[in-house]
Design a protein around this ligand. Structure first.
Ligand code: ADP
Ligand code: ASP
Ligand code: MG
Length: 407
């Protein structure tokens, strides 16, 4: 008997009809002789609505309370899904994160999973029940509710699959797989049949919202294949695996766009040892996630501007923290530039081939798109551009690297 883990995203459980459809899919897997675990997201746009509601009440809602609020979305779905399965004559049991011992750290709204009590789920699977687990949520050792970051149900799913020793995790969503870029922005985007964990991890971290990046880390670490597919059809989707055929020959696998970024600049920081350590330890203490960091030395070496990019939502808090640091270190001041985006090209072939960067820069230059910052890693090249240029840059890069054509 195999274990099948199926995750259904928000659009795939958006109403009663879709909940019933997901329930039937789980029952089919059960009838085929498998033990079945479902991981579900909040219905439709529930999480967005809860975020908007909180914003009406508080400018910077306490993160702990955000978690208490947002976790309610998934709790609605688990109960309805269990009812749907019961109504179809099968046994089901729903679990919140806390009920399956999904223990996380205390980094509210961005918590990381530390352990899962797989025995709790196993007991019910062995008793012939379909287990339904709330995605996106956990609890701290002290029992405080946490959430894993937007899109985090994918991570719950792959982590549960790993804990149960499943070889594969199915992610049912509103697209039929992972595309060369977001098909909502670039209609020419092409579905990828197979992609490596390394490439998917980069695509996900750099803006490909189809998968939560931590889920790919779990898949890679625990050797769980991830099958991203449509909840509306039975067609095969995209397999995320360790190695794909001829992967070193594919220079660029996909391109991404990350929106809503801001740059925070600390101006006139004394240019002496220990400054960066001081600044970024305080930023980290406030749990602000920092992207690229740039330091420019000025005034013949006496001072420096230190800047970093962060999400627009963290920028207000980052500014407050930096203003306090600026006062303490007698810096010149703090500036925040909003409305930035980041376009990236990703491919493992870049490890062994050259020329991708120059092709990328000349495409952006031909499109009259100003590059504000460049960062690279072994398999990624990213450029920060203004938000208004972001989508055009993405389309240009998709075209330049001919991603609409099969490799
Ligand atoms: P779910 O609610 O099922 O988790 P998401 O909205 O989180 O679904 O993810 C699916 C969406 O991700 C798609 O509708 C698509 O617009 C977007 N997306 C962004 N980048 C990609 C990509 N490279 N491939 C496929 N979909 C993408
Ligand atoms: N409901 C959460 C969100 O919208 C988690 C998820 O769907 O994966 O971000
Ligand atoms: Mg998602």
């Amino acid at each position: 008997m195999g274990i099948v883990v199926q995750k259904f995203g928000g659009t795939s459980v958006a109403n009663a009809e879709k909940i019933n459809r997901a329930a039937r899919r789980a029952i089919r897997a059960y009838q085929a002789g498998n033990q079945v675990v479902m991981i579900v997201s909040a219905m439709g746009k529930t999480t967005d609505k809860l975020v908007a509601l909180a914003a009406e009440i508080h400018q910077r809602p306490p993160r702990r309370e955000m978690d208490v609020l947002l976790s309610t979305g998934e709790q609605v779905t688990i109960s309805l899904m269990a009812m749907a399965i019961d109504a179809m004559g099968y046994q089901a049991i729903s679990f919140t994160g806390g009920q399956i011992g999904m223990i996380t750290d205390d980094h509210h709204t961005q918590a990381r999973i530390q352990k899962i009590d797989a025995d709790r789920i196993r007991k019910d699977l062995d008793a012939g029940r379909i287990a339904i687990v709330a995605g996106f949520q956990g609890v701290t050792e002290e029992g405080m509710i946490t959430t894993l970051g937007r899109g985090g149900s994918d991570t719950t799913a792959v982590a549960v699959a790993a804990a149960l020793g499943a070889k594969e995790c199915e992610i049912y969503t509103d697209v039929d797989g992972v595309y060369t870029t977001d098909p909502r922005i670039v209609p020419e985007a092409r579905k990828i049949d197979e992609i490596s964990y390394d490439e998917m991890l980069e695509l996900a971290s750099l803006g490909a919202g189809v998968m939560h990046s931590r889920s790919i880390e779990f898949g890679k670490k625990y050797d769980v294949r991830i099958h991203v597919r449509s909840s509306l059809t039975d067609s095969p989707g995209t397999m995320i695996v360790a190695e794909t055929k001829g992967m070193e020959d594919i220079l660029v696998r996909g391109v991404t766009l990350k929106k809503d970024l801001a740059r925070v600049v600390l101006m006139g920081v004394p240019n002496k040892p220990g400054m960066a350590a001081k600044i970024f330890s305080q930023i980290a203490e406030h749990k602000i996630v920092v992207d690229d960091i740039i330091q420019n030395v000025l005034d013949g070496g006496h001072t420096a501007n230190i800047s970093f990019t962060t999400t627009a939502s963290d920028a207000t808090e980052a500014k407050l923290v930096c203003e306090a640091i600026a006062k303490e270190l007698a810096c010149r001041g703090v500036e925040v530039n909003g409305n930035l985006s980041k376009v990236s090209v990703v491919g493992v072939g870049m490890r062994t081939h050259t020329g991708v960067a120059s092709k990328m820069f000349s495409a952006l230059s031909k499109g009259q798109i100003n590059i504000q910052n460049i960062s690279t890693s072994e398999i990624v090249i990213s450029c920060v551009v203004s938000e208004e240029d972001g989508e055009r840059a993405l389309k240009l890069l998709h075209e330049t690297f001919e991603l609409h054509k099969a490799p």
